[in-house]
Design a protein around this ligand. Structure first.
Ligand code: HSE
Length: 431
């Protein structure tokens, strides 16, 4: 049997502790599957005294500075679980590759912002850079797209990539409560971060989407090209109207190649009821990949948590132990394409628009006149209640049109004196 593969784990938060527990509990199974033992030889974390419920015995070297762990002689693989796109995490990954170590990371922000440069660095060093845990936790979606579906061109790849947002939207639907109330409750229960902005403003989804888009389209990771909207503006009333029209609101990340380039967008979507993605509730994540030979594949599972994320981290370690070392993305970095960005203004689709208007004569005529003036055809229109002098909701569903046209219409609608709140626009997806 070969020598043990020696692991240095940088970061002992929830995921780091989960990795150590899994390695301990599954050691015999992993030794059999790898043909060699997986042995933790070094760890690093800020607080040495904290009880993490795992045995950090004297045979494990403790480093106060993770950068020292990254180049330690008794480490073959550096497992970076610190997080963050810059600072220590980046220095640890770069230092490890430069010191000839393989790297396994769960750091989606790092990959989204520096993925291409790090991939080139790993290839130059002839070392692995693995990141299965960075996208959708326990779902093996990186391997699925990069390896299992390698023979396909992708019509599109999309999914629910953030469990916090999906939990909030599901809870809003189940309880009829508004965004802020559900968020506060989720924070109290520990389901949402004290600063929830990365999750609810769509940034976490965009990090993950930029990685999936690179894998699917053979392009450099391009986080700056992602159009991003979060879920803060979604009201309970939108969720009710969505249902009436046959949809469920989901925060999706969507990527596809258009005639203009690669389109990457993150925003709340009207997903048709009955489509696989509309049925995914709670913190669960799901990715749909539509390949030109494989057809539609749906991957669903837990996107976060110690166990699922540790499972993905260790799958990468197992690959390294088996000497299965691939370029980090779907092609060697010298072969990745620098594709143009398909601008959001050219996006085509149908729209849900909700206006809060004063219930007065001629308001509807004014709204429909603006739509007609811009050549947008209305599929359905509802005014829900009668309340002379007060604000009432008017909801329009359009036929397919162009985003730029819709932007002009929304600006004009917002300027009408009978429209008393900023219009809400939610894109309708054919899924
Ligand atoms: N914050 C993420 C989510 C989990 O809510 O899905 C880690 O990527």
């Amino acid at each position: 049997m070969s020598n043990p593969l020696r692991l240095g784990v940088a970061g002992l938060g929830t995921v780091g502790a989960g990795v150590l527990s899994l390695l301990n509990e599954q050691q015999h199974l992993l030794r059999q599957r790898c043909g060699r033992a997986l042995q933790v030889t070094a760890v690093s974390s800020r607080d040495r005294t904290k009880n993490r419920g795992v045995d950090l015995s004297s045979s494990i070297t403790w480093h106060d500075d993770a950068r020292a762990l990254a180049s330690a002689d008794n480490v073959d693989v550096v497992v970076e679980l610190i997080g963050g796109a810059e600072g220590i995490a980046k220095q640890v990954v770069e230092g490890a590759l430069d010191a000839g170590k393989h790297v396994v990371t769960a750091n989606k922000a790092l990959l989204a912002l520096h993925g291409s440069a790090l991939a080139a660095r790993a290839e130059k060093a002839d070392r692995a850079l693995c990141y299965e845990a960075a996208v959708c936790g326990g779902i093996p979606v990186i391997k699925a797209i990069r390896e299992g579906l390698a023979a396909n061109r992708f019509e599109r790849v999309y999914g629910i990539l953030n469990g916090t947002c999906n939990y909030i939207l599901t809870k809003m639907e189940d309880t009829g409560a508004d965004f802020q109330d559900v968020l506060s409750e989720a924070q109290a229960l520990g389901y949402a971060e004290a600063d929830p902005s990365f999750d609810v403003d769509g940034i976490d989804t965009a990090h993950k989407l930029s990685i999936l888009a690179s894998l699917a389209y053979g392009t450099h990771v391009d986080f700056s090209a992602v159009y991003i909207e979060g879920i803060r503006h979604i009201a309970a009333i939108d969720i009710q109207f969505a249902r009436e029209f046959g949809y469920r609101i989901k925060l999706l990340g969507l990527a596809r190649r258009t005639t203009h380039g690669i389109e990457q967008r993150v925003h709340p979507c009207m997903a048709p009821l009955g489509s696989p993605i509309a049925e995914v509730g709670g913190v669960t994540n799901a990715v749909v990949a539509v390949g030109n030979y494989a057809g539609q594949s749906v991957f669903e599972g837990p996107g976060a948590g110690a166990g699922p994320t540790a499972s993905a981290v260790i799958a990468d370690i197992v690959d390294i132990a088996r000497n299965q070392i691939l370029p980090p993305f779907s092609a060697p970095s010298s072969q990745l394409e620098r594709a143009p960005v398909s601008p959001m203004e050219l996006h085509e689709g149908a729209y849900y628009v909700r206006l809060a208007v004063l219930d007065q004569p001629g308001v509807m005529a004014g709204i429909t006149a603006i739509m007609a003036q811009h050549g947008i055809s209305i599929d359905s229109i509802i005014q829900r209640a009668r309340a002379p002098g007060a604000g009432v909701p008017v909801v329009l569903i359009t036929h397919d049109t162009q985003e730029a046209r819709m932007n002009r219409v929304l600006a004009q609608l917002a300027a009408l004196k009978q429209v008393i709140e900023a219009p809400v626009r939610i894109r309708i997806e054919k899924l």
